[in-house]
Design a protein around this ligand. Structure first.
Ligand code: NAD
Length: 473
């Protein structure tokens, strides 16, 4: 059994970590509840208040750098663990590990550069601001990128000087648990990063309701995000929400298709489409629409599927429930009049039968406003439509309640920059698509994709609060 920060779960209170490619039980994890959360929050408070070394910015920088190095040293076993637990192809899991290390390295760089301001009030006053940690940060994350997202949230929170209690998703917790072990072994004082495994309605809800939590971060679905925001509002706890998306790829007639097609395919099938920032809608100018669909069909039908450890291009969906959701949405779209260009069915044969594999799917002539156009599938399903006028393209791009990421494809750069301002999304890419961008780029949503920002310098601001100090001289 994997050792976690919870040493003694109640007898029998465990749940399985499943391999989505085979259904096999990989491990058993403690099924944490309010008792385990309470213990972790108290321990976090103790560490935050008593661990004086953690008040030294240079110490935090050194320890975060050590964690980054330790992640790099254990890159391959971590990637294999992530691959088996989430089902994602090994190459993608390796990238996740590299990015996780990069978060710790990047925020190590920030730890001793978190400046306040000196505000001029004339010669009779000295006024300055401090950026202070919140205290104990509660963080709840989804199953699609457990190692990346736990690093994305924990590293900046720790860099500012907070303690963190993190609840990974029950579908994939193993690398988050391992991350806390790696961090402690690399020199992070006890209690500053604790991972409590368990179900959302038990451990998750106990974390959200705990009076000892000073700041909440949630990455997951809008439905659960709403519940958590309501609970945070009742206790007036600050919260940052990173929710889903239905991100558009907008292609003008002058698109370089040799450049665009592989990027669009990658942005669709990465992690089997189970990516909040997946490019899930295609909006192509009528002059190139047919050609774009034909090229996408050719590429999608050549995609190699398989279990993550065989390092295919496309792995399985995480669970039976996720498969049913994606498949059901595809079938309903076809019933509502969408034209199936490729895929649409369960992939079978060879080594696919035991896993939840959905063929990469392209649906054309989708009706804007229909379910497949507006709701997140979280599977490798691309919904396409065409436009004639620039204004129509922008209104189609903005026609869902989400607003996480968007891409504009055109050789006319003044058009691209002009239109980027009209897109309602937290990140807009021009002639590229970063699926959430790099560690350095602010990330978060407009509209129902959430509020607050992670990554880059913004995360340092998210995980700190400002104090103004004014003295009469
Ligand atoms: P989810 O909302 O079902 O679960 C996310 C987390 O919340 C899990 O840890 C779960 O255990 C916990 N949870 C569930 N119910 C809870 C409750 N009542 N109280 C407290 N915690 C609870 O989401 P998911 O299915 O794991 O992930 C998929 C969703 O996450 C998608 O909508 C996706 O777009 C989104 N996502 C967003 C980002 C981003 O950065 N914007 C990144 C990854 C995933």
């Amino acid at each position: 059994m994997i050792e976690t920060e919870i040493k003694e779960p109640e007898a029998g209170r465990v749940f399985p970590a499943l391999d989505p490619a085979t259904g096999e039980v990989l491990d058993w994890l403690p099924r944490g509840g309010s008792a385990e959360i309470d213990r972790a929050v108290r321990e976090g408070r103790r560490a935050f208040e008593e661990e004086r070394s953690w008040r030294q910015p240079a110490t935090r920088a050194r320890v975060l750098n050590a964690i980054a190095r330790a992640i790099e040293e254990q890159a391959e076993p971590l990637a294999v663990l992530e691959c088996r637990d989430t089902g994602k192809p090994l190459t993608q899991a390796r990238t996740d590990v590299t990015v996780a290390a990069r978060y710790f390295q990047y925020y190590a760089g920030w730890a001793d550069k978190i400046y306040g301001q000196q505000i001029p009030l004339g010669e009779r006053f000295l006024d300055y601001t401090l950026r202070e940690p919140w205290g104990v940060c509660g963080q709840i994350i989804p199953w699609n990128y457990p190692l990346q997202v736990s690093s994305r949230l924990a590293a900046p929170a720790l860099a500012v000087g907070n303690a963190v209690v993190l609840k990974p998703a029950e579908e994939a917790s193993l690398t988050a648990v391992r991350l806390a072990e790696i961090a402690r072994a690399a020199g992070l004082p006890d209690g500053l990063l604790q991972v409590v495994t368990g179900y959302g309605e038990e451990a998750g809800s106990a974390l959200v309701e705990h009076p000892g939590i000073d700041h909440l971060s949630f990455v997951g679905s809008p439905a659960v995000g709403t519940l958590i925001a309501l609970a945070a509002a009742r206790r007036l706890v600050p919260i940052s929400l990173e929710l889903g998306g239905k991100s558009p790829q907008v292609l003008f007639p002058d698109t370089d298709l040799d450049l665009a097609i592989p990027v669009i395919v990658r942005a669709l099938i990465q992690n089997a489409g189970q990516t909040c920032s997946a490019g899930a809608r295609l909006i192509a100018h009528a002059d190139i629409y047919g050609q774009v669909l034909a090229r996408l069909k050719e590429r999608l039908e050549a995609i190699r599927l398989g279990p993550g450890l065989e390092d295919p291009e496309l792995g399985p969906l995480i669970s039976a429930a996720q498969f049913e959701r994606a498949h059901g949405m595809t079938q309903r779209a076809i019933a509502e009049g969408a034209r199936l260009v490729s895929g649409g069915a369960r992939a079978s044969g060879h080594n696919l039968d035991a896993g939840y594999f959905l063929q990469p799917t392209l649906l054309a002539d989708v009706v804007p406003g229909s379910e497949i156009w507006t709701e997140e599938v979280f599977g490798p399903v691309l919904a396409a439509t065409s436009f004639q006028e620039e204004d129509e393209a922008i209104s189609l791009a903005n026609s869902t309640t989400y607003g996480l990421v968007a891409a504009l494809w055109t050789r006319d750069l003044s058009r691209a920059h002009r239109l980027a301002r009209r897109i309602r999304a937290g990140q807009v890419f021009i002639n590229t698509y970063g699926a959430g961008g790099g560690v350095e780029l602010p990330f978060g949503g407009y509209n129902r994709s959430g509020y607050g920002r992670g990554k880059g310098q913004e995360a340092i601001l998210t995980f700190s609060q400002v104090k103004n100090i004014c003295a009469a001289l």
